[in-house]
Design a protein around this ligand. Structure first.
Ligand code: ZN
Length: 71
């Protein structure tokens, strides 16, 4: 069973959740504050962004977790 690393709420398949440093958290535990990110271009060519690669919001339709799978 997969559960929130912070509150131990069960996170069944197809549940919107956060994936932070390879641990999963429910959306209730993570406070999401507005944040302005930047994309960087050199002569019009994208070269990177300011977003942190360690944090990912997994939408429910994007959640491919299967029951029985160990974390
Ligand atoms: Zn939680």
């Amino acid at each position: 069973m997969r559960e929130c690393f912070n509150c131990q709420t069960e996170l069944p398949p197809e549940t919107k959740h956060y994936d932070i440093n390879d641990e999963v958290y429910c959306t209730d535990c993570v406070a999401a504050e507005p944040y302005t990110s930047y994309s960087y271009y050199i002569d019009g060519e994208y070269v990177g962004g300011s977003d942190d690669d360690n944090v990912r919001l997994v939408e429910s339709f994007d959640d491919e977790y299967e029951v029985g799978e160990d974390i």
